[in-house]
Design a protein around this ligand. Sequence first.
Ligand SMILES: Cc1cc2nc3c(=O)[nH]c(=O)nc-3n(C[C@H](O)[C@H](O)[C@H](O)COP(=O)(O)OP(=O)(O)OC[C@H]3O[C@@H](n4cnc5c(N)ncnc54)[C@H](O)[C@@H]3O)c2cc1C
Length: 202
Amino acid sequence: VPSLTPTDRTRLRRKPDRGRFDATTVEAILDEALVCHLGFVVDGRPIVLPTTFARVSDAVYVHGAAGNAALRALAAGAEVCCTVTLLDGLVLARSAFHHSMNYRSVLLFATAVPVTDDDEKTTALFAILDRMVAGRSAACRPPTPAELRATLVLRLPIDEGSAKVRTGGPIDDPEDMDGPYWAGVIPLTTVRGDPVEDSPAP
Ligand SMILES: Cc1cc2nc3c(=O)[nH]c(=O)nc-3n(C[C@H](O)[C@H](O)[C@H](O)COP(=O)(O)OP(=O)(O)OC[C@H]3O[C@@H](n4cnc5c(N)ncnc54)[C@H](O)[C@@H]3O)c2cc1C
């Protein structure tokens, strides 16, 4: 991913010091998250679709059933805003007003391109599997040609977007600092549990 250049719509106006456009930050957020949200307009109405994704080089890939109406609208050239959010903590301030969250997020503006090349399609689909568990694409039955045809894969080029990062404790007003209220951060992490093996029906 090349570093992003701020544009009129991606330059942060609110808390601009939290804005990040460097490739390292953007890639790290995209490569840690398992879910993105695709916001776009279908038939004049907004829809925000949560979905899995994977970054490969300088593109984000998403997939779905070829019959998925929303994804088909995207494939037809609708503009999309793709957001990715990692939640790192709940920030409890002394004042109700200054409560916040620690997070790392990325927002991308793009026009999706349907992937027709089978090699690119397979690479994208395997990347999505390998994001779930490293090496998973080589540890399961590969897709058949019919399964590949039944799967719509879209490429979202990463060329316009921004990241935003909040870290640290609450930022209270000086007059609240000596008050009686507890303040601090409750860290949040996503933890993988112990695998539970599926067993074939007897
Ligand atoms: C988990 C979480 C919880 C949040 N909770 C709240 C809340 O309760 N209330 C609230 O007002 N805000 C919240 N935010 C921040 C929110 O995402 C916006 O940044 C904020 O509302 C400012 O919006 P704006 O339209 O004024 O931003 P502007 O700075 O005007 O936005 C301009 C451009 O900056 C970029 N940008 C803005 N926000 C983000 C972002 N989060 N990630 C990447 N790029 C961004 C985009 O490219 C956008 O087009 C939260 C963010 C996260 C990740």
